[in-house]
Design a protein around this ligand. Sequence first.
Ligand code: ZN
Length: 93
Amino acid sequence: MSYSYLSHLDCPQCGETYGADSIQQLCVCGSPLLVRYKLDILKEEWSREALLGRKPDLWRYHELLPVLDCNNVVTLGEGMTPLLEIGEFITKR
Ligand SMILES: [Zn+2]
């Protein structure tokens, strides 16, 4: 299994494609680029059980994030917004 199934970037306006291995900005036509993933391969290799035991943060879904090497992950622990009882929230203010 790959850490990320990142494939390439493409333009939703003109269809131009770009490699994901170099820094890209906008397409030559001015449109923002979309990140594409190898979903067909991911579907074959991944299962829900892969999530078990992972930390409860954004990076538990690393297969669909555009970072190829786990050593390049930068995080402040974001993700998994907790549910709070509204009464508890009001009394703390
Ligand atoms: Zn374009």
